[in-house]
Structures are given as structure tokens and as C-alpha cells.
Write a protein that binds this ligand. Structure first.
Ligand code: AMP
Ligand code: MG
Length: 504
């Protein structure tokens, strides 16, 4: 879902043509209602690539009407806003009905790049708000905006974000904060929990309608299988496996992998207390509210499988099988997709030219090194990218300094590097070519919490320039960017105690 190479026909706001594909489902799938909007909204952040992707002229962001539309104050012709219903398992427990408690789907836009649903998050209460205020705070909206766009630039499947609009409207969380609306863009926001919703109520007709909608709109290839529903489940299992492999290889932690936050299209969905791994610890818990560590980094692959089992349970009657048979469909596709993609991504990060039977062991040895010595996950692979693959006895320590200096115990790094060099010799690759390939997969810039926090602090003082600088920097995570070196740095002292929670 990258920006188009050639410009699309660009529309003004008034020229956008909504096709409301989700609204074609029966009325009990959603509640139609207008967003509540925000008073005197102002533009906080804007993603030009997303505007281009959806077919909107980027200059439109300068019009006052842009803020009015994406605050939810003005509805464009053809837009038929609605909030969707879904259910889900939260922290391993059935939570019953949830739904878009603070999201309004404005409608869909289609062009040759695909179908794009446009959703406001934070524009007021819906019938699914369950007593909450229907709002999103500026802090979490900026985090969702920045991370969606950073993930897309890293090449990781994700929902996108068009803009953040703010207002001087107080919202109570642990403290008073100000309200904002983030506009999300994705082919679909259907979740595992959308299927669980109908299955839990024994509504097989609705369940089938939903599956048919997903297949016909997004996965028509499933129709060529004897059992299209089983093919859909296999597709979701495979894509989810690949998604989690990407997360693990990038050091990304979602933080709240509840089944209502799992996309049926295999996209990263619902950014809340996410984090990127810094000093490596496989047990790291990025969500301060996750006391048991259910969603810790190392648990993500298992949790995704557990979530897929819940989807399998929900789809079993549709597939015409027992839940255990549907779960076997997950087993037949998820593990292989995760493992083969993860191994491929790690091989690329390690600069290995081709597969070798020892790779699984070597990858495990690498993670054991990281776990024991805790270098910064991102900087480790970035520094490794520039090291020569051949040993040079005379000044090895000087040559290897950019990596060795990340370790207190430099001899542990030396031992591992000896193994890396010996592994390199099994599938040789000229240094210059390998270095270029490694730099193209090992990012220099990731969305560190301290960077997001800095942009948020400026934004709270109505200075959005830092946020824009960070967005631009993270849109080219693999490039050296002179002037941005400090954005690749370890967290400063003031940021050591930063915590993120479910509060958003
Ligand atoms: P989340 O943990 O953000 O994925 O949200 C779980 C559920 O709570 C979803 O149904 C959300 O729509 C709902 N929710 C979260 N925050 C709010 C809020 N401030 N107002 C209304 N609903 C909310
Ligand atoms: Mg959610």
C-alpha cells in the first residue's frame, strides 16, 4: 500500500465519489449516524501519500473545509456515515458486544489502486460506546497517525492515516487532555470480532453474509475452492502469519492483540499502546495496562494463533465442520507462513545471500545474544549491515567498533561475529552488494516512544512542525538522512520512564 508511482486523477473534496460498500450489508451490521464533530477544528497532521492514494488532491488539506470534513462537522455528498458492530475476546476472555464506540465510517473511495474506506476515530459517541465518551485524545491520535505511516514505510501491512484534526475540547482521561480525530484509511476495517459477533449469537445467515462480503469484495480467488469459507480462513491465517513475522522482525509490539483488533485482511489495526523494541528483551511488555504480559513481544506469534482459533471457532458452522477441524485449517497455514516469512526476513536482516540448513540455529543464536546483552534491536542490525564479511586479524576491533561498542561484554559480540562471518562464507556475497541489501531492510529510523512523545509535547503547544519533521523522516526509514541523525538515537534520560497504556 505504498504511494502510487504515477499520479492518479486527483479530486477536490466535493468531487470525491463515495461508494459505501460496507453499507451494502444488512442494517443490523451497523448503525447509521452522523459524527458529532469537533468545535473549531484545526489541522494537526496530514499525510500527502495517503491523500494521493485515495485520489484526493493534497492541496485540499489547506482548505478550511478539509478540517470540517475530517472533524466530522460537514458531510460530503454521497457519504453515508455509520458505526459497525463487532464483538471479541479481550485479554483472552470473551467480552461480548463491542463495536465502533468512537469510529464513524464515512464511506469508501475506489480507484485503480483499490478500495479505500475512510473512517473517523474520535468523532463522538455511537450506540457501541458503552458509557465511554466516543473521543480520542490528541496524544493517541498522533501516535496512531505516526505509526500507521511509519509501518507502511517499513513495508508492513497496515491501515493508513490521512490526517489528525484537533480542537480545544477537553477530554478526561487520567488527566484532562484535548480531543482530536484521526482519519484512518484501509480497504476494510472488518475484524476477527466481526465474525465472532454473529457466531456467538447463532446468526448463521449474517455470518455467511459477512463472509460473502469479504470474499466477493477482497478475496474473490476463494470462490475457486470447493469450500470458499475454508479458503478464506486459510487466507487470513496465512496473511496473519506473515504480518506477525513482519512485526517480530521489525521489533514491533502491538500491545493489545484482542480479537477485535485483528484485521480480517491481515493489516496492523488499532494502534494504541504499541511500541518498538529498543534494548532487546523478548519479554518486553509495551502496554503498561497488560500486567500479565499476555501481549509481550515473545508471545505475539502464539497469541495470533490463539486469535485465529477464535476466528476458526466462529467460522466452523460456515465451513461445515467441527471447531477442531476449522482450527486445523489455521494450523495448516499459520505456522508455515509465520516461520517461512520470519526466517526470510531474518536472513535478509543478517545479510545471508541464500538459505542454509544452519539458519534456524543461527537465528536462535542471534536472539540469544540479543537477549543476554540487550543492545538496541534496530541499531544492532543497522551497524552490522556495514561490517565486512571477511575477518581482518590486524585491526578487527577497530573495524567492528560500531557493533562491538553496543556491548558491555565485547568478547560476546566478537564470538557471535566470528560465527556470522563463518556463516557468510557458506553463501558468499560481495560486501558492497550485501551492505546495500542489508541497509534496505534494516531501518535506521523507527518510531521510538521518545520521538513520538517529543512531537506530542510540541503539538500540545500548537507547534506541529516537529510532528511533520518526524513523519517525513519516518517515511524513509532505510535512508541516511543528513540532519536527522538525532532521530536514530537511543532514548534520552528524560524518556527512560515513559509509559504507554490502554488510555487513549
Ligand atoms: P480498543 O481497546 O481501543 O481497541 O477499544 C475497545 C473497545 O472500546 C472498542 O469497541 C472501542 O470502540 C471502545 N472504546 C475505546 N475507547 C472508547 C471511547 N473513548 N469511547 C467510546 N468507545 C471507546
Ligand atoms: Mg480496538
Amino acid at each position: 500500500m505504498n504511494a502510487p508511482e504515477s499520479p492518479l486523477a486527483h479530486a477536490t473534496l466535493e468531487e470525491l465519489v463515495f461508494d459505501n460498500s460496507f453499507a451494502g450489508l444488512p442494517e443490523n451490521f451497523y448503525t447509521r449516524l452522523p459524527p458529532a464533530g469537533l468545535p473549531d477544528p484545526y489541522l494537526v497532521a496530514f499525510s500527502q501519500p495517503v491523500a494521493e492514494m485515495t485520489g484526493l488532491t493534497p492541496q485540499e488539506a489547506q482548505r478550511p473545509l478539509f478540517c470540517e470534513v475530517f472533524a466530522g462537522n460537514v458531510l460530503l455528498a454521497g457519504s453515508a456515515p455509520l458505526a459497525a458492530v463487532y464483538s471479541g475476546h479481550q485479554f483472552g476472555v470473551w467480552a461480548g458486544q463491542l463495536g465502533d464506540g468512537r469510529a464513524h465510517l464515512l464511506g469508501g473511495l475506489s480507484n485503480r489502486l483499490g478500495h479505500w474506506e475512510i473512517q473517523l476515530k474520535g468523532a463522538g459517541r455511537t450506540p457501541y460506546s458503552r458509557g465511554a465518551d466516543g473521543r480520542a485524545v490528541l496524544r493517541s491520535s498522533i501516535r496512531e497517525f505516526l505509526c500507521s505511516e511509519a509501518m507502511a514505510a517499513l513495508g508492513i501491512p497496515t491501515t493508513r492515516a490521512l490526517c489528525v484534526v484537533g480542537a480545544d475540547l477537553g477530554v478526561r482521561r487520567e488527566a484532562m487532555e484535548s480531543a482530536a480525530v484521526v482519519t484512518r484509511v484501509a480497504p476494510s476495517f472488518v475484524r476477527f470480532g466481526s465474525f465472532e459477533h454473529w457466531a456467538s449469537r447463532g446468526k448463521n445467515g449474517e455470518l455467511q453474509r459477512l463472509a460473502d462480503y469479504v470474499i466477493d469484495t477482497f478475496r474473490p480467488e476463494c470462490r475457486s475452492f470447493d469450500n470458499p469459507y475454508s479458503a478464506l480462513l486459510a487466507d487470513v491465517a496465512r496473511r496473519t502469519g506473515e504480518l506477525i513475522a513482519h512485526w517480530m522482525a521489525a521489533g514491533f509490539m502491538h500491545g493489545v492483540m484482542n480479537t477485535d483488533n485483528m484485521s480480517i485482511l491481515g493489516l496492523t489495526l488499532d494502534y494504541g499502546p504499541f511500541g518498538f523494541m529498543e534494548a532487546f528483551d523478548a519479554g518486553h511488555i509495551c502496554n503498561h495496562s497488560d500486567e500479565g504480559g499476555r501481549y509481550a513481544y515473545r508471545n505475539q506469534p502464539q497469541v495470533a494463533q490463539w486469535n485465529l482459533y477464535r476466528l476458526a471457532d466462529a467460522m466452523a458452522t460456515l465451513i461445515g465442520s467441527k471447531p477442531s477441524t476449522a482450527q486445523a485449517v489455521v494450523d495448516a497455514h499459520y505456522g508455515d507462513a509465520f516461520e517461512s516469512r520470519f526466517e526470510q526476513l531474518m536472513r535478509a536482516k543478517l545479510g545471508l545471500a541464500a538459505a542454509h540448513p544452519s539458519d534456524e540455529d543461527f537465528i536462535a543464536e542471534t536472539f540469544a545474544l540479543l537477549q543476554q546483552h540487550r543492545p538496541d534491536f534496530t541499531l544492532f542490525f543497522r551497524a552490522l549491515s556495514r561490517l565486512p564479511a571477511a575477518a581482518n586479524r590486524e585491526n578487527q576491533a577497530t573495524i567492528d567498533a560500531p557493533l562491538r561498542d553496543q556491548f558491555i561484554d565485547r568478547s560476546a559480540c566478537d564470538t557471535w561475529l566470528t560465527h556470522w562471518r563463518s556463516r557468510q562464507s557458506s553463501t558468499p556475497w560481495p560486501d558492497d552488494q550485501r551492505e546495500a541489501a542489508m541497509l534496505a531492510v534494516n531501518p535506521k529510523y523507527i518510531l521510538r516512544n521518545w520521538l513520538a512523545e517529543t512531537a506530542i509535547r510540541h503539538a500540545r503547544n500548537n507547534d506541529f512542525s516537529e510532528l511533520e519533521r518526524l513523519r517525513v523522516c519516518l517515511s524513509r526509514p532505510y535512508d541516511e538522512q543528513p540532519g536527522f541523525e538525532s532521530y536514530a538515537a537511543l532514548p534520552p534520560d528524560w524518556a527512560q520512564g515513559l509509559e504507554v497504556s490502554c488510555s487513549s
